[in-house]
Design a protein around this ligand. Structure first.
Ligand code: ADP
Ligand code: ZN
Length: 440
């Protein structure tokens, strides 16, 4: 049932199937435009002035390598709007990177940015089977997160109808899938698996009209795909994006499903060795570094995504001429994605610092007993604060739990351990133990 053939359809053949010579010319023009636009951002202007870079310096695609890198920290340092290149009046929408209730990273869109973005989402949706006669349930959160609204506009661009279910309340999600006879589901892969298991448990397996799912926002494996497709009797497609670049729509799978086509008319994607920052060969794993070519509100240059993948420039049977990227195979930093939310160990550290009596020794363990991530933290107590009074220890544990939730927005199981019980490190501390077995 789940291996029916998905017709090969292309939303924007002009952009997606452009001969490569023509695309190179467009990309060079796009890079120049981006340098011009980025000059309005003090961070870039300073860097350009220092190294004498001007739009005319870009003569070939190799000249991209003269441009400066941008990191998440650079964006944070310019909070809230230091990376915006247009006046407030020209903004049409703001979003923010997911996860924390601490300071997010804002991204802005002009009306033209929004149009480009919805077109990019439309491309991967159509590549994965969406047609105008379908009804799509968006079970991504609608809010600051780019996923909900991004996909919503993409569906409308295709002319399909959208049911903005937003996230949460699994029983209700299943009722909607069933009663509305939803054709296509949009959510994270772990939520799709969760829905699938609940649907089976409710005896509704094989009784839904659902045929397609477009999943993204967190890493997943081919094994998970098989599980989701088998349980739901659908075809599930992978799509990738990040708010700093635009949101979902940076790349997505076609019906052939051998990697995600990168929307190269809008972005230059380099794959670099994260240590040396030298390019790696096709097929070799490296960090994706992305430059926007057309963005007005937040042009971004050589953004270090920290996402590890490899590129494939070989031709694809679908007829698109764009490069493809593999699934995300890991991170070059210590960011964890827990239930779709980005969390850094430093945020846990920050929470612990707020609670007297905790030692700076902790360990994070991630598991996935069913379909949902579980996160636990073991925290060492300072000798002078260690008590055999249960009540005092419970109070401290609850306080830590609250602080961690306040910063990450997630629930962690907190376990207090006696002084000097956690491993000490001589080099880089290993604080995160990810036992979810996500990577092949
Ligand atoms: P969101 O708000 O969608 O979580 P963010 O921009 O905060 O978006 O997070 C983007 C990150 O999510 C990416 O850098 C990547 O690590 C992860 N991600 C997004 N899509 C995928 C995908 N299809 N596969 C693996 N990881 C993904
Ligand atoms: Zn293809």
């Amino acid at each position: 049932m789940s291996n029916f053939v998905v017709p090969n359809r292309i939303f924007d053949p002009e952009a997606e199937c452009m001969p490569s010579g023509e695309r190179v010319k467009m990309q060079i023009a796009g890079l120049r435009r981006t340098v011009e636009q980025a000059k309005k951002i003090p961070f870039y202007r300073r860097k350009f002035d220092k190294s004498g870079i001007a739009p005319e310096s870009i003569k070939s695609l190799e000249d991209l390598q003269q441009l400066p890198f941008t990191t998440k920290q650079d964006l944070r340092d310019a909070y809230p709007f230091g990376f915006f290149a247009v006046p407030r009046a020209e903004l049409a929408r703001l979003h923010a990177s997911s996860g924390t209730t601490g300071k997010p990273t804002f991204v802005g869109y002009t009306q033209k940015d929004l149009e480009i973005w919805s077109g990019l989402c439309a491309r991967f949706l159509v590549a994965g089977g969406l047609t105008a006669d379908q009804i799509v349930q968006v079970s991504f959160g609608y809010g600051l997160f780019t996923g909900g609204f991004g996909l919503h506009s993409g569906i409308e661009r295709v002319g399909a109808s959208v049911l903005p279910a937003s996230s949460g309340n699994t029983q209700r999600q299943i009722m909607l899938l069933e009663d509305v006879k939803i054709d296509t589901l949009i959510c994270t892969p772990s939520y799709a698996l969760n829905l699938a298991e609940n649907i089976t448990a409710m005896g509704k397996k094989g009784k839904l009209a659902l045929r397609y799912a477009h999943l993204g926002g967190e890493p997943w494996t081919e094994e998970m795909r098989l599980g989701i497709e088998e349980e739901l009797g659908i075809r599930a497609f992978n799509n990738y994006g990040l708010s700093e670049i635009i949101g979902p729509g940076v790349s997505g799978e076609c019906a052939v499903r051998c990697g995600m086509h990168i929307q190269e008319d809008q972005f230059m994607v380099e794959c670099l060795n994260p240590e040396t920052l030298e390019p790696v060969a096709d097929g070799e794993q490296g960090e994706l570094v992305i430059t926007s070519l057309n963005k007005e509100a937040c042009p971004i240059i050589r953004y270090r995504t920290r996402d590890l993948a490899y590129l494939d420039s070989s031709p694809c049977e679908c007829g698109r001429t764009t490069k493809r990227m593999s699934r995300i195979r890991g991170r070059s930093d210590d960011m964890m994605i827990i239930r779709g939310v980005n969390v850094f160990p430093t945020q846990i550290e920050e929470a612990l610092l707020r609670v007297d009596g905790t030692a700076p020794h902790f360990m994070i363990e991630l598991t996935r007993p069913g379909n949902l991530d579980e996160a636990a933290i073991k925290v060492e107590i300072r000798p002078q604060d260690f008590s055999d009074k249960m009540e005092a220890m419970h109070k401290m544990r609850d306080r830590i739990g609250r602080e961690v939730t306040a910063i990450t927005g997630l629930h962690f199981n907190i376990e207090l351990v006696e002084p000097n019980t956690l491993e000490r490190f001589t080099g880089k501390a290993k604080r995160v133990f990810d036992n979810r077995k996500l990577n092949d």
